[in-house]
Design a protein. Structure first.
Length: 99
């Protein structure tokens, strides 16, 4: 008995994917972190971070990394605002005339 041609295998794969409900496919991709929300609200869906999985401490590490990144971004924004204020400080202060 010979194996079926490659195009037959490919058609089996296409048919199998089409037979799966869309919600199941979305759920599976979220579990792999391929389509989770960037803000972290779906991080708990990542399969390898579950309690009995490969990296059970990964969720805490990811949360910590997100927090550190947010703080760094906030510090950068504050520094940017401070630089802008310094740049325009002379102009804005000298435009007022006090009697």
């Amino acid at each position: 008995m010979r194996a079926p041609p490659v195009d037959v295998y490919l058609q089996w794969i296409v048919d199998a994917w089409k037979s799966l409900p869309d919600e199941l496919i979305k759920k599976l991709f979220k579990g792999c972190a391929l389509t989770t929300v960037l803000g972290g609200s779906e991080d708990h869906l990542i399969h390898c971070f579950k309690t009995n999985s490969e990296v059970p401490s990964g969720l805490d590490a990811l949360k910590k990394a997100r927090m550190e990144r947010s703080l760094e971004e906030l510090e950068d924004l504050i520094e940017e605002v401070d630089l802008s204020e310094e740049e325009y400080q002379e102009d804005s202060d000298s435009s007022f005339i006090f009697d």
